[in-house]
Design a protein around this ligand. Structure first.
Ligand code: TK8
Length: 339
């Protein structure tokens, strides 16, 4: 009995001492920061990555030590399709993906891929910040994804290493890499090209090894990914204006306290606005840089653009019923109203 109580006392003293040494003032130990990884397929100079850093600064600055945001470039955590799948599964927290390769999840997002449906940045903003953008975002939620904000990819322009392209005739037989998206495939086929879908991360090497002749992407991407090293011609076709969507696993987002959800949403909005502004500035600045780096830049007249537009009309007939007649009409009305 006596031995037992001495032991007990020793144990209590040891516990008390342990507390003092471990806790200092006796404060409970702080939980480790919650890691939030954000994947994207572009490099560290691209506005999408820079905006990721803005998001990181905002979220970490509001509640130091609570979240550890980590931004990954160059598809290190998977290309758009695979990283988005990871976010759905919950093996990855966030991704910035262009919408085109993930329209298998929400076919309505194909509306952005209808050729020439957006004709200005103002038109894009009317969608991103208006009811159509909100409606599209809501469709992601049953798929386990929450769209925190619309960043942009921007006007897509054609590049190639073979010849100057001024009309669909110049595309005959040209091997053009497209995104993994059915409308893009149909449209390039309708234009006479030989489209090959592949993830973005494989495009540079494919052009270098000449397994493809060309690709299409916005000017900031063409310049920052140094496509001018392997491509000679750029045609300012502006055939599609794509969004980049900032997705988070919905369950994860819902598990955060309300105050933190607001911080994350605000951070996403602020970084998306920064991204769009930066992207648009680069879009106008980098055309000259492409010329300096030896590219021939072809500006199409409105009549020449019309020829491309007419050649892709059949895509509308095929896809309007699949996307939804009402949604397409609403989208077109919002774009028209913004001009
Ligand atoms: C990068 C892609 C890229 C897109 C493409 O992950 O695949 O061509 O335009 O920007 O999202």
């Amino acid at each position: 009995m006596k031995k037992a109580s001495v032991l007990m006392l020793a144990l209590l003293v040891a516990l008390a001492l342990g507390q003092v040494f471990a806790g200092g003032s006796g404060e409970a130990a702080k939980a480790p920061a919650k890691i939030i990884k954000i994947s994207n397929g572009l490099n560290e100079q691209h506005p999408v990555f820079l905006a990721g850093l803005e998001f990181e600064k905002y979220v970490e600055g509001k509640q130091p030590g609570k979240y550890d945001v980590q931004v990954y470039a160059n598809a290190q955590l998977g290309d758009d399709v695979r990283a988005t799948e990871g976010v759905r599964m919950g093996t990855l927290e966030m991704v910035v993906t262009t919408a085109s390769p993930i329209t298998g999840l929400v076919p309505e997002f194909n509306v952005f891929d209808l050729p020439f449906i957006i004709t200005s940045s103002a038109g894009a903003d009317a969608i991103f910040d208006g009811p159509v953008g909100a409606k599209l975002s809501a469709l992601l939620e049953p798929k386990g994804l929450k769209n925190l904000a619309y960043m942009e990819n921007g006007f897509r322009q054609l590049t190639n290493s073979v010849r100057e392209v001024k009309s669909p005739e110049d595309l005959k037989g040209m091997k053009v890499r497209t995104m993994q998206n059915p409308i893009h495939l149909s449209a390039w086929r309708a234009l006479g090209a030989n489209p090959t879908p592949m993830p973005f991360s494989e495009v540079f090497t494919a052009m270098q090894q000449k397994t493809i002749d060309g690709q299409e992407n916005p000017i900031p991407t063409i310049y920052l990914s140094k496509f001018y090293e392997v491509q000679k011609y750029v045609t300012l076709s502006g055939h599609v204006y794509g969004p980049h969507i900032l997705l988070i696993n919905k369950k994860l987002f819902d598990s955060f306290p309300g105050e933190d959800q607001k911080i994350i949403s605000d951070a996403a909005q602020a970084s998306a606005l920064f991204q769009r502004e930066t992207n648009r500035k680069m879009d106008s600045d980098f055309v000259a840089e492409l010329k300096k780096n030896g590219m021939t830049v072809t500006v199409l007249t409105p009549e020449q653009i019309k020829v491309f537009q007419n050649a892709t009309k059949a895509v509308y007939d095929e896809w309007i019923p699949k996307i939804g007649k009402e949604l397409v009409a609403e989208f077109q009305a919002a774009v028209a109203g913004a001009k």
